[in-house]
Design a protein around this ligand. Sequence first.
Ligand SMILES: Nc1nc2c(ncn2[C@@H]2O[C@H](COP(=O)(O)OP(=O)(O)OP(=O)(O)O)[C@@H](O)[C@H]2O)c(=O)[nH]1
Ligand SMILES: [Mg+2]
Length: 438
Amino acid sequence: MTEAKTKPYEVAHEFSDRAILVGVDRGQRGWPIEEDMAELARLVDTAGAEIVGEVTQRLDRSNPRTFIGPGKAEEIGRLAEDTKATLVVFDDDLSPSQQANVENLMLGVKVLDRTALILDIFALHARSREGRLQVELAQMEYLLPRLRGLWRHFGQAAAAAGGALGIGTRGPGETQLETDRRLARKRIQEVRRELKAVSAARDTQRHARHRSGVYRIALVGYTNAGKSTLLNALTGAGVLVQDKLFATLDATTRQLELPEGRIVTLTDTVGFINKLPHSLVEAFKSTLDEVREADLLLHVVDTSHAMAGAQIAAVSEVLGELGVSGSPQMLVYNKTDLIDEAELLQLQRRSPDAVFVSGVSGAGLESLLERIASEAAHRDRTIDVLVPYTRGDLVKMAHEEAHIILEEHVESGTHLILRVPTARADFFAPFVRVAEED
Ligand SMILES: Nc1nc2c(ncn2[C@@H]2O[C@H](COP(=O)(O)OP(=O)(O)OP(=O)(O)O)[C@@H](O)[C@H]2O)c(=O)[nH]1
Ligand SMILES: [Mg+2]
């Protein structure tokens, strides 16, 4: 447990909140409590609060009323007073009643659970209209079951203040609660509708890419693994790169030219995290469609991170939740510039199918492109066609969207041997001389 002593003149102006972190150690093997708390600290820091204390407790089962033990909750209350904390952040999700109960034990201090904290960061980083709506949807759904807790809390406070909480006064409270709930539900419906309309334009683009048969690649991975850095390094996209969690919320798609000249698309997506709130996965459904429909997933890993292995497992879990565990995947170990040679060699031996790169130094990017090209080629068909001169449109299409292996002009038309996306091959079907599946 750390406890920062603060002197009156040490008021931190740049922070609006002073936070105490609370973690429960269940003795999980994958994520040691220290690493879990370090990640929570990064989340709190990203959210813009100053950390003034940390409390952990070894527990096999959480307390149904207060999540942590009641004694521990009181201890946190005292620590909050001593450190002038304004915020207590739990590393796990609390039920609405647990949250209300803990808040009752420490009046004047906000209690956030992991989901609320992550939602807060998302709200802070949301830029596009779609992103903001997605976050609002997740926030409203998070708040809806907590409205009751809020009102009960007020009711108890009123009773404690000597207010009579009789039959007459209970009525308006409940009515107010019902009104609030109805309003919240109405807003959820509105946001869903707006979201549908906003997403429609991107859906149209996505479907157009799909129909055109362009090979689509999505960057996925743990937050801060370097997905945006790789998109920039490979395509010069110029998207925001930050040493912060969840810097990217919107999907950005750029064209990428492979060594053989073929054009594919590369999409940067929102990062994942251990214990990612399900409501967020739901709310970001439309953005994550890019991941769902990709032909290839580049699973980017921060090689230098102490928890790289556990992060890979966490990402795989979310991919499972999205129903894309079966999609073609390539493991891309990024930030290899941060580990030493011996470590790298060992890792390469352990994961012979992975690609090792550095988005910052550029190391390994060429072999990454080659690997992508060979993956993409697997998906294409090689066709041998004789296109009559009356169908100049098809020759144009071939030049724009296919890899031309041979082109010669013969008496009856243009003889082409092409590697084309499966969806495009159909256009050439009437003129095929020899067709073979790759
Ligand atoms: N040393 C080193 N740092 C890197 C490398 N790639 C990314 N970084 C740094 O890691 C941090 C996160 O990079 P981003 O590209 O924003 O990571 P991201 O995966 O897009 O993260 P989110 O959008 O937050 O999920 C930044 O500070 C980058 O400069 C790399 O290959 N080597
Ligand atoms: Mg990013």
